[in-house]
Design a protein around this ligand. Structure first.
Ligand SMILES: *[C@@H]1O[C@H](CO)[C@@H](O)[C@H](O)[C@H]1NC(C)=O
Ligand SMILES: *[C@@H]1O[C@H](CO)[C@@H](O)[C@H](O)[C@H]1NC(C)=O
Ligand SMILES: *[C@@H]1O[C@H](CO)[C@@H](O)[C@H](O)[C@H]1NC(C)=O
Ligand SMILES: *[C@@H]1O[C@H](CO)[C@@H](O)[C@H](O)[C@H]1NC(C)=O
Ligand SMILES: *[C@@H]1O[C@H](CO)[C@@H](O)[C@H](O)[C@H]1NC(C)=O
Ligand SMILES: *[C@@H]1O[C@H](CO)[C@@H](O)[C@H](O)[C@H]1NC(C)=O
Length: 583
């Protein structure tokens, strides 16, 4: 499978609120141990006096997917759990890249975390709910990662006068969550990671009232593979609306991702390797055999295939067909949507590949990893599309200019051109296509391009994939970026440095906008006078496709509106001839 090598790279990777004294019916509140009576028991959380918040961490939302439940869709609890201690986050799901290795991992990982403002009378009030689905290329990541710490966003929501409840969910990763092959096809055991997410969403519908949440006001937001997942929930079951969410926010990802979903056979080589490695090769029911393999052996087998293509799969049900086709036909859940992304989505990945000094080498890479036919590559690399001068960041934004900048010297003369191509093919064309399609079907859409270079990134490097996440989470102290050991965190203090004040202001603006979106379905509704306005992304040509650009300079934040028509010919060529379903 052509996409395997490149796809694996995707794994980069107290408030002043005062309210009524709470009633004592188990909803907790300021100073007490918070608890919630849910259908399967009583959840005992932890009060954070520092933030005046209630934390309910590591709540199991489905039975552990272990033993006979391994490689099967998640199962609801069918019996009472009594008292559920939810004071600490607990295990991450097994993941197969560096992000994971310092944390406790286990197959028993289907949990979610809830963070809510304390001191609210939840008897008389139901709060909007925001559920975060993490990214990590479907191979790594967790709701427990402190980069996705909900405290700051929940705190901001209280300050903005629109308090919300924040939730983060775990789901199975790598081979445990996305096993696919001929043998798995037809057993209903494809797309387990998506099914985990879906069961968590059902759990929220059934139980969030007990925590003071409004099940009718649920926003899904997620980054990268999380955003892709959210898109697939919008398209799931042929666009059937199960009323699991009322609005969505996709950060650096869309269901029209360039290479997904695959077909069951896409995972065949990987599956064959795993059953061979574990001694299940000759079993008539190899999947059943894998359920009996010790997790250490199974993990070693999966781990030795981590570079292989792994992602959602077309199963004819959950992922009913090619997302690009469903979109054309309007078969998706039409709810208010925010699309966000960064300027230089591709730069971090381009840097990990070999040095490309010549166009011939660049072309060789495109031939090996994309579906473009040779004559389409001629057009793609033409001066009318991605000619030699195309660059991310644009040449005006860094000096010394190519070929004397550290980026070109370290990563090859074609590096900046490759960054543009890779970012557009992998992310930006999909984002533009998704925004256009939603708008075409009358869905309210807002789009963001984050052009901010966080602390620690050189000017030649660009605002790479997911550098907007801190701003959205209002994560100023950046817990989660400072873990040592594996060195997978590129930058340890992204919100510090000489522009820390501007970052703080931008994070304030971004997070306030999005808590308003959580509460009202519109990031502009309820904004304070003097705030930057938001503008809707409309169908009908690039003059109507307006998006908001986040930026800062030495003097302050620089948020402005642009038309989403940069690299128009090139990106349209990708949309027309490369996005899944159109080649
Ligand atoms: C547990 O919760 C599920 C729904 O999530 C429900 O179907 C089941 O009846 C509950 N059982 C008990 C004993 O609480
Ligand atoms: C988020 O981080 C802050 C600061 O490190 C910490 O006080 C708080 O407990 C964290 N919240 C959660 C839910 O982990
Ligand atoms: C199974 O693994 C062995 C040892 O690594 C290898 O020699 C053999 O070719 C593999 N068989 C298949 C069918 O992949
Ligand atoms: C599987 O069957 C093949 C051919 O029948 C045989 O060569 C091989 O040793 C068997 N492998 C295992 C693990 O039993
Ligand atoms: C995968 O391999 C790496 C490197 O050898 C190792 O550190 C990690 O613990 C392994 N992960 C699993 C889940 O086995
Ligand atoms: C490349 O651009 C030139 C100038 O616009 C045009 O004449 C030529 O036909 C283009 N070639 C391809 C392959 O698109």
């Amino acid at each position: 499978m052509k996409t395997s090598a490149i796809f694996s790279l995707l794994t980069l990777t107290g408030s002043g609120f005062v309210a009524a004294v709470p009633a004592g019916n188990g909803h907790g509140g300021s100073g007490t141990v918070p608890k919630a009576n849910i259908r399967n028991g009583t959840v005992h959380g932890r009060y954070s006096p520092e933030w005046n918040q209630d934390f309910f961490l590591g709540i199991p939302y489905a039975q552990p997917p272990t033993g006979p439940r391994r490689f099967r869709p998640p199962q609801h609890y069918t019996q009472g759990l009594g008292n559920i201690q939810a004071k600490q986050t607990g295990n991450w799901c097994w993941g197969y890249r560096g992000d994971q290795w310092e944390y406790p991992q286990d197959e028993d990982c289907l949990t979610l975390n809830i963070v809510r403002p304390a001191g609210i009378n939840y008897n008389s009030r139901k709060l909007p709910v925001a559920i975060f689905i993490h990214g990590g290329g479907f191979l790594i990541g967790s709701a427990h990662d402190q980069r996705y710490n909900m405290t700051f966003l929940v705190d901001q929501s209280v300050k903005e006068g629109t308090p919300v409840i924040g939730i983060g969910i775990n789901y199975r990763l790598g081979g445990l969550g996305w096993i696919a092959s001929r043998q798995v096809a037809g057993t209903k055991n494809l797309n387990l990671g998506l099914k985990d997410q879906r069961v968590a969403l059902h759990w929220v519908q059934e139980n969030i009232r007990a925590f003071g949440g409004d099940p009718k006001k649920v926003t899904l937001f997620g980054a990268s593979a999380g955003a892709l997942s959210i898109g697939l929930h919008q398209l799931a079951y042929n666009g059937r609306d199960d009323k699991l969410f009322s609005q969505v926010m996709l950060l650096s990802g869309a269901p029209t991702f360039f290479a997904t979903p695959g077909f069951p056979e896409t995972g065949q080589a990987r599956y064959d390797h795993i059953i061979n490695y574990t001694g299940c090769l000759n079993e008539t029911d190899s999947l059943e055999c894998l359920r009996g393999v010790p997790i250490a052996t199974l993990n070693a087998a999966i781990n030795s295939t981590a570079g292989q293509y792994i992602a959602p799969t077309i199963d004819g049900e959950f992922v009913s067909g090619l997302p690009s086709e469903s979109l054309k036909r309007g078969r998706f859940v039409k709810v208010p949507t925010v699309m966000a992304g960064t300027t230089d989505e591709g730069a971090g990945y381009a840097r990990q590949l070999v040095k490309y000094e010549t166009e011939a080498q660049l072309r060789g890479w495109l031939e090996a990893t994309t579906f473009f036919k040779p004559h389409m590559l001629d057009t793609l690399l033409n001066s009318t599309h991605y000619g030699d001068s195309v660059s991310i960041p644009s040449a005006a934004d860094f000096s010394p200019a190519r070929p004397n900048d550290p980026g070109s010297i370290a990563h090859g003369d074609q590096y900046h051109r490759m960054a543009a191509l890779l970012g557009d093919i992998w992310f930006i064309a999909g984002k533009r296509n998704y925004a256009q399609r939603l708008a075409q079907f009358g869905v309210p859409v807002w789009s963001v391009r984050s052009n901010v270079l966080p602390n620690g990134y050189a000017a030649w490097s660009g605002a790479v994939h997911t550098t907007d996440v801190n701003f959205i989470f209002n994560n100023l102290e950046s817990p989660g970026y400072d873990i040592g050991g594996t060195g997978v965190r590129v930058v340890q203090n992204p919100m510090g440095g000489p522009r820390a004040n501007q970052f703080k202001d931008l994070a304030d603006f971004a997070s306030r906008s999005f808590v308003r979106f959580f509460a009202r379905g519109d990031p502009a509704a309820g904004r304070k006078s003097g705030d930057v306005n938001w503008i809707r992304y409309k169908a009908g040509g690039s003059s109507k496709a307006n998006q908001i650009v986040w930026d800062v300079d030495d003097n302050g934040i620089k948020v402005h509106i642009e038309q989403d028509n940069f690299r128009q010919a090139g990106i349209q060529h990708i949309i027309d001839y490369h996005l899944q379903g159109s080649y």
